[in-house]
Design a binder for this molecule. Structure first.
Ligand SMILES: C[S@@+](CC[C@H](N)C(=O)[O-])C[C@H]1O[C@@H](n2cnc3c(N)ncnc32)[C@H](O)[C@@H]1O
Ligand code: SF4
Length: 451
């Protein structure tokens, strides 16, 4: 296939490039941002404005071998209860620093597995969140749910607290693949969780699945996608499995020689992509699919799709505050990341301070490049007029940046007075094209492959 060989020539199959959920990406954060800076940024949020909040729960009952998320295993509730107390104190601290009348646009609980918290704990934490920042009009409250770690009582608590979007982890339905990735979860268990979620009138359901898993074939992924489609999710994230055993040690349980080749990964992605499109889903950015009525699909059509640490979003709030160990916040002024170890995070909060230990203050061309990268990842195009009008780009600066993309990717990028456009045949290169605009050049560090 000519396009495949072109993609290969351009280095797709060797590439290790970031997912660009932020710019600069987290490995480029430094100790330049600490608790005082974070507090000043929180205090600078205007009274009456709208913010979003991410809360990280870094615990799981089971530790799936494939998982690269920041989490730790526990069978007992004791560390979870201790952590919940820390979150309550952190939320009280946030409340004490916020100007009056600030409301929530989006609340997301992620992890780890937030649903391993007992029902009473979820109710208390949700109450503390809304006491610090009440939900604004049209706010969304989403929670990551492990279908293995949920029951009626916990879903009742979440629904009563106002959860209106649930996100379930599926990964793959094939039992042999599940065994190799250390994540066993029958279709029946997943369906049971979906039915419980829908019975409570939760408006929207997301599901995560993976391509590029050991022993995955086009026929197998097609089967998994069909099974997922039978559950009619509103939104699907089709992530490329990132095999990074030097970072996520549990992945050492997965033999590298069982993984598909980069060419096979592309085929797996294409097989799944076509099935979602045939079923009426809209393609969103590089790896999401949504029903045309879903907020992401509407944002993609309106050109208001955004990218943040949770991936694609239709949230337009200018501030995202991260609570809990390792969480990252974004402000108009820069990024701030909490201590990633639970004990360090706990110590800071018990001392009455935020645990911020790294971050980045925007400077120079950061905001321009950040928006260019976001536009490439979300819309496959960069609008020259927007860059000049909203991000202080000069025509000469834009020409030089676009010329760099063309020099690297030739006809795979189209340049015109309107800006830069990535045609459909070149979409598998999107992350690599975005990297052209990354002045912190990550080529030398180890990241997941481009597809
Ligand atoms: C915090 S986890 C899932 C939440 C919940 N604990 C569960 O297991 O259902 C969020 C998602 O990250 C994705 N993920 C985790 N490790 C990954 C990896 N190595 N490569 C790609 N995606 C990964 C998975 O799709 C997973 O559903
Ligand atoms: S996939 Fe979910 S349950 Fe499994 S280790 Fe990762 S966060 Fe925990």
């Amino acid at each position: 296939m000519e396009t495949e060989s072109q993609l290969m020539r351009l280095g797709l199959f060797d590439a290790r490039v970031p997912r660009y959920t932020s710019y600069p990406t987290a490995p480029h954060f430094s100790a330049s941002v600490g608790p005082d800076q974070f507090t000043a940024w929180i205090e600078a949020i205007p009274a009456g404005s709208s913010i979003s909040l991410y809360m990280h729960v870094p615990f799981c009952r089971r530790l799936c071998w494939f998982c690269a998320c920041r989490t730790q295993g526990t069978q007992s509730d004791d560390p979870v209860r201790a952590y919940a107390d820390v979150l309550l104190a952190e939320l009280a601290l946030l409340k004490s620093k916020l100007a009056p009348g600030v409301t929530l646009s989006r609340l997301h609980w992620g992890g780890g597995t937030p649903t391993l918290m007992p029902a009473d704990m979820m109710t208390r934490i949700a109450g503390a969140v809304f006491d610090a920042v009440p939900m604004g009009p049209g706010a969304e409250f989403s929670v990551e749910i492990d279908p293995n770690e949920i029951d009626e009582a916990r879903l009742d608590a979440l629904a009563a607290a106002g959860m209106n979007r649930a996100s379930i982890g599926v990964q793959d339905f094939d039992p042999a693949i599940q065994k190799v990735i250390g994540r066993e979860q029958s279709y029946e268990e997943t369906k049971r969780a979906v039915d419980m979620i829908r019975d409570r009138g939760v408006a929207s359901l997301n599901a995560d699945i993976l391509y590029g898993l050991p022993h995955q074939t086009p026929a197998k992924i097609a089967q998994s996608v069909q099974m997922l489609l039978s559950l009619v999710p509103d939104r699907v994230a089709l992530y490329g499995y990132a095999h990074v055993p030097w970072m996520a040690r549990r992945q050492q349980m997965i033999p590298s020689d069982t993984l598909p080749t980069p060419e096979e990964r592309l085929q797996l992605f294409e097989t799944a992509r076509k099935l979602f499109v045939w079923d009426g889903y809209d393609e969103i950015g590089i790896d999401h699919f949504a029903r045309p009525t879903d907020g992401l699909a509407r944002a993609a059509k309106a050109g208001t799709l955004r990218r943040n640490f949770q991936g694609y979003t239709d949230d337009l709030a200018p501030v995202l505050v991260g609570m809990g160990a390792s969480s990252i916040s974004r402000f108009p002024q820069g990024f701030a990341q909490n201590a990633s170890s639970t004990s360090e995070h706990t110590r800071a909060i018990r001392d009455g301070k935020f645990s911020t230990h790294r971050g980045h203050v925007f400077q120079g061309e950061d905001l321009l490049r950040s928006r260019m990268i976001e536009a490439v990842m979300c819309d496959f195009r960069i609008d020259a007029e927007e860059m000049i009008r909203d991000w202080n780009a000069t025509p000469a600066q834009l020409s030089a940046l676009f010329a760099a993309a063309q020099a690297a990717f030739g006809e795979m990028v189209e340049i015109s007075p309107a800006g830069l456009f990535i045609p459909e045949r070149a979409r598998p290169l999107t992350r690599m094209i975005a990297r052209v605009f990354d002045a912190y050049d990550l080529t030398k560090s180890k990241h997941s492959s481009a597809i």
